[in-house]
Design a protein around this ligand. Structure first.
Ligand code: MLT
Length: 237
């Protein structure tokens, strides 16, 4: 039986995958909250947050569930963590799905943006973060309320920690050409954070990867266009 590990993005939690959990044919899903998100306790210190520590945490989740190999499916930050899983624990990964993500690291300007958002989170709380991000995330108005609420319930320390993990993440482009597993790359046609053109280039660099663009979707394709996303994921599985 195929087990799919669904890895959420920033600043979200497992509920981002509510249309996928239970809907995938012939398989089982594990959709944890990452440390410092949703119901999962954060790491002890902000310095402990990194894509490596998230990846190690997820391997612990798989060990506890007694699952050896999985199909990893990460959205945006979840994709950055998926790259880290492939670097550190390749034997645990049977196939990979990269949704609304990129392999490149943060530019100096993006890092400055992380610092400003962390300061905003500390000053205004998660609501300030939601106010800043929500207008950039989606094109489907019917999910705006749900995503706003999801961001507003995230703990500030988890948000600040995740921003540290994002700004310090390594360049994953050297990994792309080395991948020897089945890979699906899913872009949202109107994603402003991980634009489809960049995702296409990323997919071209991965041997044999399938690339799809889902119309009428911003950065949260699994939530904005669940039917189309699930059809692609189901066919891939
Ligand atoms: C995410 O959805 O995880 C974030 O947009 C990632 C990022 O800001 O790089």
């Amino acid at each position: 039986m195929t087990t799919v590990l669904l890895i959420h993005g920033f600043p979200f939690d497992h509920s981002q995958w509510r249309h996928q959990v239970g809907a995938l044919p012939g398989g089982r899903c594990i959709a944890p909250d990452l440390p410092g998100a949703g119901a999962t306790r954060g790491f002890d210190a902000i310095e402990d947050y990194s894509v490596a520590s998230y990846a190690t945490y997820l391997i612990g989740v798989l060990d506890q569930a007694k699952v050896d190999q999985v199909v990893i499916c990460g959205l945006s930050m979840g994709g950055y963590i998926a790259f880290e899983l492939l670097r550190r624990f390749p034997d645990r990964v049977r196939a990979a799905v990269f949704s609304n993500t990129k392999a490149t690291p943060d530019t100096a300007e993006a890092k400055r943006g992380r610092d400003l958002l962390a300061a905003k989170a500390q000053k205004e709380g998660a609501a300030g973060v939601a106010g800043e991000l929500v207008p950039k995330l989606m094109v489907q108005p019917e999910v705006v309320g749900e995503v706003t609420k999801m961001i507003e319930r995230q703990p500030v320390t988890g948000i600040v920690g995740a921003l540290r993990a994002l700004r310090e993440r390594p360049d994953s482009t050297p990994l792309l050409a080395t991948m020897r597993i089945p890979v699906l790359v899913v872009a949202g046609a109107d994603d402003r954070i991980a634009p489809a053109e960049g995702m296409q280039q990323m997919a071209h660099a991965i041997p044999g990867a399938r690339f799809v663009v889902i119309p009428r979707s911003g950065h949260l394709t699994p939530l904005e266009q669940p039917r189309a996303f699930n059809a692609e994921l189901g066919a891939f599985l």
